[in-house]
Design a protein around this ligand. Structure first.
Ligand code: ADP
Length: 446
């Protein structure tokens, strides 16, 4: 087993990884930018190394600085968390060349699944249903028009290198396609330095349901059921839960087997998520695979009673997946607490936390790096805490979430807590009758 792991990330996920390392008796190294000097991962890690200024491109994305920090501290492995370098195949390869274990899949698996247009081809070949669309990248507007006419409007243009809902445009009719092609391409270029777009049929009012998988170097690949992430704003997830209130056991098992088939086709090792859109008839279509741990992984941990980060570390060290799937128990829901003002179009609300009180009690889990007097820097994403509740069934989890959110106090900044409280009063949400259009339909957020 590794003696020391460097965490190439920040915020709640860095702390989340440190916690598991401590429980496993592994020493930790936090790397941080200048503005993150006083953050909890830096305080709780055994060692900390400053790797540059606030700008991510000069710190959390700067590969030579991270590798130097690993060399100075003698870290044998790097956990990339999510975001930043987590799905960067070059980084995973450079780590291997430098004799440092990258805690994640092989560069080859990241390359095959990381490019979304390419991943769809891979899945199609092994018989997993994919959303109808272009075969790979769409070259220009003329090609876009031709393919759209073939598959039928509405269509959606998406960034090949995409993530976080960026570089996506829905196109309802042909005269809108030229403008959409340009704006999506520009957005993709500025966000991912890659303007490549691909096209899909736009599935109206789908459910976003994803399968957690875990593979090891012995060729074992398991799935741990689904997470329903249909509560989204601008294609970004806000609430996730497991099990999904929408699908039945038969579809659940089919989706699980499809996810395993896809992961096997690239000899997948480590934790991964296979994402699907599910239409109102419960037909499911692969959209992408995330080759890393995801923000919403605790939901799966709570119903399966396992530690996914621990399994990632064991697998990276050449051991078998420790926790084989068992029957999930109860219901878990995660609420993303963002430093954003839900009454002002979810505008970021960084700054000093003047008073903080976390909820507690049975069945409530908080994954967060904030504390009293902590100053949230404006430079990074706005996620400041995840509140995960567990209940014996969905209604129990909802009641627990209501009482826990009432106890959750953050002063000095605006947060998404009041928004979640409103969702928890919504009749449709309570009945489990929602899809990705839920927020647009029930909340004025603009
Ligand atoms: P990203 O990697 O940017 O998160 P995804 O491909 O995972 O992008 O899609 C994010 C969300 O965008 C989905 O959960 C869904 O709400 C919406 N979406 C993506 N593709 C389609 C599609 N073909 N039809 C309808 N909605 C879509």
């Amino acid at each position: 087993m590794f003696k020391k792991i460097l965490i190439a990330n920040r915020g709640e996920i860095a702390l989340r990884i440190i916690r598991t390392c401590k429980e496993m008796g592994i020493k930790t190294v936090a790397v941080h930018s200048e503005v993150d000097r006083d953050s909890l991962p830096v305080i709780f890690a055994d060692e900390a190394v400053c790797i540059g200024p606030a700008l991510s491109s000069q710190s959390y994305l700067k590969i030579p600085n991270i590798l130097s920090a690993a060399a100075i501290t003698g870290a044998e492995a790097i956990h990339p968390g999510y975001g930043f370098l987590a799905e960067n195949a070059d980084f995973s390869e450079i780590c291997a060349e430098s004799g440092i274990k990258f805690i994640g899949p092989s560069p080859d698996a990241i390359r095959k699944m990381g490019n979304k247009a390419f991943a769809k081809e891979t899945m199609k070949k092994v018989g997993v249903p994919v959303v109808p669309g272009s075969d790979g990248v769409v070259k220009d507007v003329d090609e876009a028009k031709r393919i759209a006419a073939e598959i039928g409007y509405p269509v959606i243009l998406k960034a090949s290198a995409g993530g976080g809902g960026k570089g996506m445009r829905i196109v309802w009719k042909e005269n809108e396609i030229e403008k959409a092609f340009q704006t999506a391409g520009n957005e993709a270029n500025s966000a991912f330095s890659n303007a490549d777009l691909y096209m899909e049929k736009y599935i109206e009012n789908p459910h976003h349901i994803e399968i957690q998988v875990m593979g090891d170097s012995f060729g074992n690949i398991y799935h741990y059921g689904e997470r329903d992430c249909s509560i989204q704003r601008r294609h970004q997830k806000l609430i996730e839960e497991s099990p999904s209130p929408f699908i039945n056991n038969e579809v659940r098992e089919k989706m699980g087997q499809a996810a395993i088939l896809g992961a096997k086709s690239v000899n997948y090792e480590g934790a991964g998520t296979v994402e699907f859109l599910v239409d109102k008839h419960m037909n499911f279509y692969f959209i992408e695979m995330n080759t890393r741990i995801q923000v919403e992984h605790p939901v799966t941990e709570m119903v399966n009673n396992l530690d996914l980060i621990k399994n990632q570390i064991l697998v990276a060290a050449g051991l078998e997946v420790a926790n084989k799937p068992t029957t999930p128990r109860g219901h878990a829901i995660e609420f993303r607490i963002n430093a954003e003002d839900p009454d002002a179009n979810f505008r970021p609300s960084p700054g000093a936390i003047e008073f903080l009180h976390f909820p507690g009690g049975f069945g409530v889990r908080i994954d967060s790096h904030i504390y009293n007097d902590y100053v949230i820097p404006p430079n990074y994403d706005s996620l400041i805490a995840k509140m995960i509740v567990w209940g014996t069934d969905r209604l129990h989890a909802i009641k627990r979430a209501r009482r826990a959110l009432d106890e959750f106090k953050v002063e000095g900044i605006k947060t998404t807590i009041p928004f979640h409280q409103k969702v928890l009063q919504n009749e449709k949400f309570l009945k489990g009758e929602f899809d990705t259009s839920f927020i647009d339909q029930h909340f004025k957020t603009n």
